[in-house]
Design a protein around this ligand. Structure first.
Ligand code: B12
Length: 277
């Protein structure tokens, strides 16, 4: 692109450094660049009437939207109303302040994963998967484990050097512990999709406490990997598990992590295999 064309696109800044600086600070885009317009949806525990719409506008205004326009309101039963509000936010984000978690292990192809397991572990890597608690959302864990996979990647069942045992939905933690021991699992993969009343956090803590009790030496217990759309990967240490994967995770990312944590790392030399009782 010529300098003329660039300055036509960014009239305020002809040179590249200025363009970059200009793009460092971003605001929401609605009708015109940088106008700050956003759309917000929420529910209030009141019946749908004029006062409810006023309450929604005030609520959005108190959240910093000015102006705040209620563009949609729909009663949900006698006591609740769902709203969509369109309004201007003055918030500006400095891209230099954004922190992005970097993957600390290399992405490997299925062939490389198989090779690393065969040469490093000299046996199949055993993975046990389940949805714990009352959670019956199995699509996520199946996307990672089932051979058909997710987002164009085959699931872990496709990997010749990985043995997958998928326990499915609503598995109780004591049952998972017992099965992990019986299967001599190297890694236990747990899915939590329902987050009502922080069920996903309570269940994950129950899991980590049960595993720590069963295998007091962390080098001997199976790797604990948890995933689900509303987890933040930064929560792993706080919840007492080895790794958390969030929305959009692909099987290849998980396979690469398992090799990193079980086969390639120094701890991998330790016998991370719970012996059957
Ligand atoms: C399909 C579905 C169902 C199906 C589940 C069928 C099945 N066999 O899984 C059925 C109809 C049974 C169902 C039931 C319910 N559901 Co539902 N369901 C959904 C829906 C529409 C899609 C979920 C899904 O399949 N996503 C696709 C997969 C591929 O994505 P994913 O789960 O995020 O998984 C990816 C990542 O998160 C990650 N991942 C996930 N797990 C793991 C694990 C590991 C180890 C790793 C590494 C990665 C990983 O990798 C995956 C691939 O990238 C969502 C809404 C939505 N659009 O998300 C609601 C939703 C999850 N359900 C919801 C609710 C409330 C329920 C019910 C309580 C409804 C009711 N009142 O009965 C029940 C609960 C049943 C139960 N006991 O759990 C709510 C949950 C709200 C909340 N805050 O918790 C949602 C968000 C809908 C909503 N907006 O209200 N549901």
């Amino acid at each position: 692109m010529t300098a003329e064309a660039r300055s036509a696109l960014h009239p305020a800044s002809g040179d590249a450094a200025e363009v970059a600086a200009h793009r460092r600070h971003v605001r929401a885009y609605g009708d015109t660049t940088g106008d700050g317009m956003v759309q917000l949806s929420f529910t209030l525990p009141i019946a749908h009437d004029a006062r409810a719409e006023g309450a929604a506008a005030l609520f959005a205004k108190k959240m910093g939207l000015d102006p705040a326009m209620v563009v949609h309101a729909k009663g949900m039963g006698p006591d609740f109303t769902f709203f969509v509000v369109y309004g201007r936010s003055s918030v500006v984000v400095d891209l230099a302040e954004v922190v992005v978690a970097k993957r600390e292990y290399p992405a490997r192809s299925a062939k490389e994963v198989n090779l690393a397991i065969r040469s490093g572990l000299k046996r199949k890597l055993v993975v046990l998967g389940a949805c714990i608690g009352t959670d019956a959302h199995t699509v996520g864990i199946d996307a990672i484990l089932n051979v058909k996979g997710f987002a164009g990647e085959k699931g872990l069942e496709y990997y010749r050097e990985i043995r997958v045992v998928n326990l499915g939905a609503q598995v109780l933690v004591p049952e998972l512990v017992e099965r992990a021991r019986r299967e001599r699992a190297d890694a236990v993969l747990v899915s939590q999709v329902v987050t009502q009343r922080d069920a996903h956090l309570h269940n994950t803590r129950e899991l980590s406490v049960a595993f720590a009790t069963e295998w007091p030496d962390p080098a001997n217990r199976p790797l604990m990997v948890v995933g689900g759309p509303r987890f933040d990967p930064a929560m792993a240490a706080g919840l007492g598990v080895d790794r958390i994967f969030g929305k959009g995770t692909t099987p290849g990312e998980v396979a690469s992590y398992l090799v990193h944590a079980i086969v390639s790392s120094p701890v991998a030399a330790a016998p991370r295999r719970p012996a059957p009782a």
